[in-house]
Design a protein around this ligand. Structure first.
Ligand SMILES: Nc1nc2c(ncn2[C@@H]2O[C@H](COP(=O)(O)OP(=O)(O)OP(=O)(O)O)[C@@H](O)[C@H]2O)c(=O)[nH]1
Ligand SMILES: [Mg+2]
Length: 328
């Protein structure tokens, strides 16, 4: 039976084909459905359109749900760098956050206590470093947003339980689980990097050293870390080894703090510009303002590697603690 569709239908159908947003598409499909004469000859077409509407609505729903989730699980970077806590359940990640910062996350003697990222700030000399507690990782339980947070961070603290016989092997499984998300930790001199993998700076933190620790376990950890990432031993609960951990975090991040000086004025060593290792005078200028970088002629510097007020060019590599005076 012929469908005998009115010309109005074809006009709307044309607009539907040009529509860009799902909302627009849904509205136009509904209009097409309303215009369409209802008889045997249009049964098929009606079914088609209804299926298209259902599919679009479902996609819509999924998208907004993901959007809401993404907001809930997103942690805005603050301070000089973002460090994330990674590890199996119950190893003391939240206790580490509680001991290093003023944040008060939930700490409990059972696994899967932490459900959402929880940030805090570590004060370090004249800067603040953000530390983000994460829910535990298990190899068979994958949350894409969780991997996203780790990928986005500047450094991962890989936490293992020194008090447990299987402490290291559990952490190894977690690290292995990151392979599927193409994230690897630390360095590897022997392995050539495959395409699409990211390398994250990492420190292994062996926690709960107040519990009976065997030499054997520490030796295994040392072997596991050798040539890949540094490791340190702490008791988050008894606040042991935390100063070393703070220092190690700062060193591993390779943060370069640069202080600016106004010509003719004394140096005020505060509010440093935060740069990465290898950054130059031009990057320092750019972090103030991009026009500033363009107009920059040269700089004068005070620091370890130069003599007082030495003139340096735009591509001079800066070191932690350098003082720069820009000339434009
Ligand atoms: N003895 C000892 N116990 C610790 C230490 N750090 C944490 N704990 C205990 O270990 C348990 C788990 O600590 P959490 O900080 O909640 O562990 P978590 O890794 O955040 O656990 P999830 O959120 O489930 O992944 C708690 O009972 C803590 O009191 C430590 O240094 N020594
Ligand atoms: Mg926790």
């Amino acid at each position: 039976m012929p469908a005998n569709l009115p010309s109005q239908y074809f006009e709307v159908e044309k607009r539907y084909r040009m529509a860009k947003t799902p909302e627009e598409k849904i509205a136009l499909l509904e209009e097409m459905l309303a215009i369409m004469p209802k008889h045997k000859g249009t049964d098929h077409l009606q079914g088609d359109i209804k299926a298209k509407i259902a599919k679009l609505k479902k996609e819509e729903q999924k998208r907004t749900a993901t959007g809401r989730r993404a907001q809930l699980y997103h942690v805005e970077k603050e301070g000089a760098a973002q460090v994330v806590l990674v590890g199996p359940p119950n190893v003391g990640k939240s206790q580490i956050l509680a001991s290093l910062t003023r944040a008060s996350p939930e700490v409990a003697p059972y696994p899967f206590t932490t459900q959402r990222p929880f940030p805090g700030m570590i004060p370090f000399e004249d800067i603040q470093i953000q530390l983000v507690d994460l829910p535990p990782f298990t190899s068979d339980y994958e949350e894409p947003w969780l991997f996203g947070l780790v990928r986005n961070g500047d450094l991962a603290l890989l936490v293992c339980d020194l008090g447990a016989e299987k402490g290291l092997s559990e952490l190894e499984r977690v690290i292995q689980g990151f392979e599927s998300s193409r994230i690897r930790f630390g360095r590897d001199q022997f392995q050539e990097e495959e395409f699409g993998f990211v390398r994250k700076k990492a420190i292994l933190v062996a926690n709960k050293c107040d519990l009976e620790e065997t030499e054997e376990r520490l030796k295994k950890i040392e072997e596991f870390c050798r040539g890949r990432f540094p490791f340190t031993i702490v008791s988050a609960l008894e606040k042991r080894g935390l100063e070393e951990l703070r220092q190690l975090i700062f060193r591993t991040l390779e943060i370069v703090r640069v202080y600016t000086k106004v010509p003719g004025k004394p140096v005020e060593k505060k509010d440093p510009i935060i740069l990465k290792k290898g950054d130059t005078v031009i990057e320092a200028a750019r972090s103030i303002h991009k026009d500033f970088a363009q107009q920059l002629k040269y700089a004068r510097m005070w620091g370890k590697s130069v003599f007082e007020g030495q003139r340096v060019e735009r591509d001079h590599v800066l070191e932690d603690g350098d003082i720069v005076e820009f000339h434009i």
